[in-house]
Structures are given as structure tokens and as C-alpha cells.
Design a protein around this ligand. Structure first.
Ligand code: GRF
Length: 218
């Protein structure tokens, strides 16, 4: 069997993206293996999901550490111990400092439930719905020192309707997240993803120059 990319997944909650990655791996669609799942929140449901699949699931509670650096040093220590080559942030609600990023340069990916650079930060599905945008979606990006600011690997677009609540929109976006995130991890695992400045190239990616979305439809 080909060598699989060793990934470590950091979570803070529900872990539905973690589940999508686990399922993608189980179906043979993602050439990676999850060596460890770490949550900063002891009650995170994602820990149970990892446990069910026999994946080591650890808690590193940031509240137990004096500062961000100490917390991140512990994360780095564990991730290195498990031989992690790519760090996947799947609903991890802590901002990472250069201390962490230097340990995994351009080897940290995050999923964000909006079309960056619009709506960085938290609570963004509600913000997008309230703003009245006609489209939103999700973004998978490499993590740099800014918040939700790193080079973008992939985005998926969904329509936003004036009747949407943040919750309705979040559900619509989440379905896309579950498709896009495992795929990006697979592309990275296959060595097809290259970053040049802000631009990210995916070898062999399908292109469709004609694609366009109009909402409301014409
Ligand atoms: C997702 O909406 C993701 O985009 C954001 O946090 C949420 C995590 O959901 N970063 P889950 O824990 O993967 O279900």
C-alpha cells in the first residue's frame, strides 16, 4: 500500500468535519490516516467520534496553561510524538501563534464557513445572512499568522436566501464543508498542492471557465 499522509486533527466541538474525514478515509477516498485527535475542550463530541473509530483522542485544555505559547508547545509535542505531517483544524476555536506555525510551516489547514476574505472570524453564517449576500460558502486555506487569512486551496459556493437564518445557512454550508475538506486533504496527501505566495495550485484540478452563479436565477 502507498504511504499515507499522517494527519493530526484539532477540534473544539461537534466534530462533523472530523467525521467526514474519517468516512472519506474509510471509503478509500482520502490517502491519509489520522494519527491523533486533540481537543482543547474536554466535552467535545468529536472526541467520542474519534474513540469510536479507535483513533487516539486527547484533551489539551488551554485553560491549564499559563499562556498560548505553553499551550501550543504541548500541542506540538504531542503532534510530533504521533508523527503528524499535516495539522487539520476542524472547528478548532483557538488562534494559533507563530510558535505553532513555525513547527508546521504551510502544513496547517483550516476550514472556514464563509467565502474568505469576506466574513472572517466567528458567527459568520449569521453575519452573511444578515448582511444579505446572495452567496456564501466555505473556504479551505493554509493557516498563516493572520486570522482566516492564509492562502486559499478551495472554496465552495452556496446560495443565500433572504429568508435564511444563520442556522439554515450554516446547515447548507456544512454539507459543502463535508465534501470539500476531505478532498483537499486527499490532494495534499497526494502531493498535488503547491503554494506560491497567495496562490495555490492543485495539479490535475478540473477547470470550468464557463461556470457562473446568479441568484436570484435569471
Ligand atoms: C464548521 O462550521 C467549520 O467551518 C468551523 O467550525 C465548524 C466546525 O464544525 N471552523 P464541526 O465541529 O466540524 O461539526
Amino acid at each position: 500500500m502507498d504511504k499515507r499522509l499522517n494527519i493530526g486533527v484539532l477540534i473544539s466541538g461537534r466534530g462533523s468535519n472530523l467525521q467526514a474525514i474519517i468516512d472519506g478515509i474509510d471509503r478509500g477516498e482520502v490517502a491519509a490516516q489520522i494519527s491523533v485527535v486533540i481537543s482543547n475542550e474536554p466535552g467535545a463530541y468529536g472526541l467520542k467520534r474519534a474513540g469510536t473509530h479507535g483513533i487516539p483522542a486527547l484533551v489539551v485544555n488551554h485553560r491549564d496553561y499559563e499562556n498560548r505559547e505553553a499551550f501550543e508547545s504541548r500541542l506540538i509535542e504531542i503532534l510530533k510524538e504521533y508523527g503528524v505531517e499535516l495539522v487539520v483544524l476542524a472547528g478548532f476555536m483557538r488562534v494559533l501563534t507563530p510558535t505553532f506555525l513555525k513547527a508546521f510551516p504551510m502544513r496547517v489547514v483550516n476550514i472556514h464557513p464563509a467565502l474568505l476574505p469576506a466574513f472572517p472570524g466567528v458567527g459568520v453564517q449569521e453575519k452573511a445572512a444578515d448582511y444579505g449576500v446572495r452567496f456564501s460558502g466555505c473556504t479551505v486555506h493554509f493557516v498563516n499568522e493572520g486570522v482566516d487569512a492564509g492562502p486559499i486551496v478551495a472554496q465552495a459556493v452556496v446560495p443565500v436566501f433572504p429568508t435564511d437564518t444563520g442556522e439554515i445557512l450554516a446547515d447548507r454550508i456544512l454539507k459543502m464543508e463535508h465534501q470539500v475538506f476531505p478532498k483537499v486533504i486527499h490532494w495534499i496527501a497526494e502531493g498535488r498542492v503547491h503554494v506560491e505566495g497567495r496562490r495555490v495550485f492543485v495539479d490535475g484540478a478540473k477547470v470550468d471557465e464557463e461556470i457562473a452563479f446568479i441568484e436570484p436565477s435569471l
